[in-house]
Design a protein around this ligand. Structure first.
Ligand SMILES: [Zn+2]
Length: 80
């Protein structure tokens, strides 16, 4: 009879572990999804600015800003 009890306890623990695992998995997936959303947002809404020299549009982060004007590269920026 003790063997049956041990098996029953093991089954109960196994079910609890399954449920806990499912909850953890769901929480992790949610976290990953929100992280991916945050990661992909900057590239989606990246502001474009025009080069004052050649007119090429470049991402604002990569543009050179000199005297309130933006340039695509150091070659197009005015020499100092
Ligand atoms: Zn340029």
């Amino acid at each position: 009879m003790w063997l049956l009890r041990v098996i029953l306890i093991l089954v109960v623990f196994w079910v609890i572990a399954l449920i806990l695992g499912w909850f953890v998995k769901r929480a992790l997936l949610k976290k990953i999804q929100t992280f991916q959303k945050r990661e992909s947002r900057p590239t989606e809404v990246a502001a474009l600015v025009k080069c004052a020299q050649c007119g090429t549009y470049i991402e604002e982060e990569k543009a050179l800003k000199i005297q309130n004007k933006t340039y695509c590269s150091a070659k197009h920026a005015p020499p100092n």
